[in-house]
Design a protein around this ligand. Structure first.
Ligand code: ZN
Length: 197
């Protein structure tokens, strides 16, 4: 028989290796008579250094539908009185082209501190990182109320330059000096969206 290698698609019951060689992950493999078998369908990942066999569920690799606890990056598309609309562009660092998935940040989920007006902390086209809370109708509720969450990039609404961070909660345009308040993520302007297909 052929032992599959890292990156191969495996099916439930496929033999993956020997227990003497590898340690199977408990959530995706099982052992019988000293052999390790696939407990789920998915893509085989073998960590050669640690000798660990793991299977990434196929639907997990391809998943583009958010779940509670996921981290998304989205573009602010609409600012209302009590919430902002966000168009999702990435889910757990995987870029989604034209996702058509929309989420909302309610004013109470923007920050640990009190936010009075949403247009004083966000503007249209801001890129935000947010955590998925729950599904609500056809859209998702998301939150930016943690230090690593919030705006990761903002463009000047007057001249389009990327704004620089200024202090704890402001951004400033290096070109025209326009300054705005924001709910900023701790790594503002240092983020590169990693393409992961
Ligand atoms: Zn400017």
């Amino acid at each position: 028989m052929i032992i599959p290698k890292s990156g191969d698609i495996v099916k439930i019951g496929d033999e993956l290796g020997f227990e003497e060689q590898f340690l199977g992950s408990q959530d995706s493999t099982y052992s019988e008579n000293g052999n390790i078998y696939a407990a789920i369908n998915g893509i085989l990942k073998i960590n050669e250094n640690e000798r660990i066999i793991h299977i990434n569920a196929q639907n997990e690799e391809k998943r583009i539908i958010p779940r509670q606890g996921d981290i998304i990056i989205g573009e602010i598309s609409m600012i209302r009185k009590n919430s902002v609309g966000v168009r999702m562009v990435s889910l757990n660092d995987k870029v989604i082209v034209n996702s058509g998935i929309f989420a909302n940040i309610h004013v109470s989920n923007v920050s640990k501190s009190y936010v009075d007006k949403l247009d004083s902390v966000f503007q249209k086209t801001d890129l935000v990182r947010a955590k998925v809370l729950s599904k609500f109708g056809k859209e998702w509720r998301i939150a930016t109320d943690a230090p690593n969450l919030g705006v990761i990039l903002s463009k000047c609404k007057y001249c389009g330059h990327n704004m620089d961070r200024k202090g704890r909660d402001q951004v400033k345009c290096p070109f025209c000096n326009h300054t705005e308040r924001k709910k900023i993520a701790s790594d503002y302007a240092k983020v590169e969206i990693v393409l992961r297909f």
